[in-house]
Design a protein around this ligand. Structure first.
Ligand SMILES: [Zn+2]
Length: 162
């Protein structure tokens, strides 16, 4: 991401302290939250609701789900939980900007590994490269970046319009 692409100094200082757990139906959102710098895990299907709620509670994560029964159960137990009304990535992220105040700007110092959730370490400034301390994978701003950038742009537009 280049300067002038909406990144400001103040947004760099914002903390991304929110921790997230996604239910099994929302795996397509996992890498988005990680790229945006949120510590995010994914609960595989086949595990029951109670163990998800227990995990969310012990690791202090907000539950994001498309499962209404899980939502009700977790809410009754006082868990922080968001019922997502859509599967669509842009709509979902825009919804969560409102519901949780998530930040949809890429922060190159906060971004996490889409594969394993570890924070990335910048290993080169020009060209920009990062390495994951968890799995060792390296990342750079390549052709796929255009797509990521376009979707985040769309999310911000959606939020402004609403
Ligand atoms: Zn990794």
């Amino acid at each position: 991401m280049q300067a002038g692409d909406g990144e400001t100094l103040s947004s760099k200082k914002e903390r991304r302290g929110l921790k997230i757990i996604l239910d099994a139906m929302l795996g397509h959102l996992l890498s988005w939250f990680r790229i945006l710098g949120y510590d995010t895990t994914y609960w595989p299907s086949g595990e029951n609701d109670d163990s998800l709620i227990k995990e969310a509670s012990s690791s202090n994560r907000v539950i994001i789900t498309r499962d209404n029964l899980l939502f009700q159960k977790a809410s009754r137990q006082g868990m922080r939980c968001v019922y997502l009304p859509t599967y669509d990535t842009v709509e979902a992220l825009a919804y969560l900007v409102k519901a949780l105040g998530i930040e949809v700007r890429f922060d190159e110092d906060e971004t996490r590994c889409p594969e394993c959730n570890e924070k990335l370490t910048k290993i080169s400034v020009n060209p920009k490269r990062w390495r994951c301390g968890g799995c060792g994978k390296e990342y750079w701003i390549g052709g796929h970046w255009r797509n990521i950038s376009r979707i985040l742009e769309e999310v911000r537009r959606r939020v402004e319009q609403a």
